[in-house]
Design a binder for this molecule. Sequence first.
Ligand code: NAD
Ligand code: DAU
Length: 333
Amino acid sequence: MRILVTGGAGFIGSHFARRQVGAGHEVVVLDKLTYSGNRANLAAADCEFARGDIADADAVERAGAGCDAVVNFAAETHVDRSILEASDFIRTDVFGTHVLLEWARTTDARFVQVSTDEVYGDVAPGVSSREDDPLRPSSPYAAAKAGGDLQVLAYVRTYGLDACITRGSNTYGPNQYPEKLLPLHITNALDGQPLPVYGDGSQTRDWLHVEDHCAGIELVLKEGAAGEVYNVGGGEEVENRHIVQRIIEHTGADASLVRHVADRPGHDTRYSLDTERIAGLGWAPAHSLEDGLPSAVEWYRTNREWWEPIKASGDYSRYYELQYRTRLQTATS
Ligand code: NAD
Ligand code: DAU
């Protein structure tokens, strides 16, 4: 199969692209190389690469020539950035998805939309989101992803597009841009820098290893039913303050680095996914957080050449300053 992997120079997309090449597929990566896209993520992958925007129909047509399927990872992905400025999120996650859908409709390509548990909004203790639950996004990021999902479902119904959606939970592992909780805190801990915890840190996230996430997307690409949504959750729900403690243990950092800072506006308290549907296709996570977290810490410890240039970059410094300066000045430990 020849697969168009959009956003394949990012965190999850690059793992997926490498995995498909390893499985003997031809892979074309289409990526705009925004701040989180990184050619180094594909260094060892024998795939074609096209720099371009999924919102640009000509770029999509050129990169997609001859492809049987598209797996859409391309997105603006960070909740905190969406709260600062949402327009790129609408342009890529909503309009870009529309452009890709139009391309798939005219070429009959199979379509997998990589989405997120955040589209359900947060859920009460004891409740897990099912695929047919209403979408109640809380952040501009989650709303933009929900806008993408709804278009996919409409194209299946109206045009008979052969499309599925996956909704993954919080994903971790090597090559994740160090703005998300785990890579930010792991790299800060390794450098003896503050570990900013939003609010009281009692919010819960469900952690999923990147290889398990990719295995779920791969299975849905192969066997998912058109028009179906599949939750992909790690089943490892941990309060933020507890995962930060585990990072401190695995890095050997000083616990006094923890700072409780101003909360995220609209902060979702808890995500949890019911994964019965994808389990029915034969998927189950192969990595536990107990093994996956120390191995992720080890990757960041031994791959400083990957993240140090990112953290030294102007874009990163500007973002960090904007996001954390005031928060850290007014922090409590
Ligand atoms: P990432 O930010 O690491 O990568 C996103 C990639 O998309 C980057 O390479 C970027 O250059 C590219 N991109 C952005 N805008 C583009 C555009 N207009 N055209 C082409 N390429 C563009 O993100 P990630 O964490 O790897 O997330 C990948 C996908 O998985 C996203 O759709 C995200 O919503 C979804 N997801 C992520 C998680 C998570 O925890 N990271 C969980 C569930 C779902
Ligand atoms: O749930 C899937 C989603 O997970 C993906 O769709 C998103 O692309 C991805 O960014 C992630 O969203 P979150 O907002 O859950 O992830 P983030 O790593 O930004 O934050 C995880 C939790 O940690 C959240 O409750 C906010 C908190 N947090 C985050 C940062 C960056 C902190 O307490 N301090 C921080 O510095």
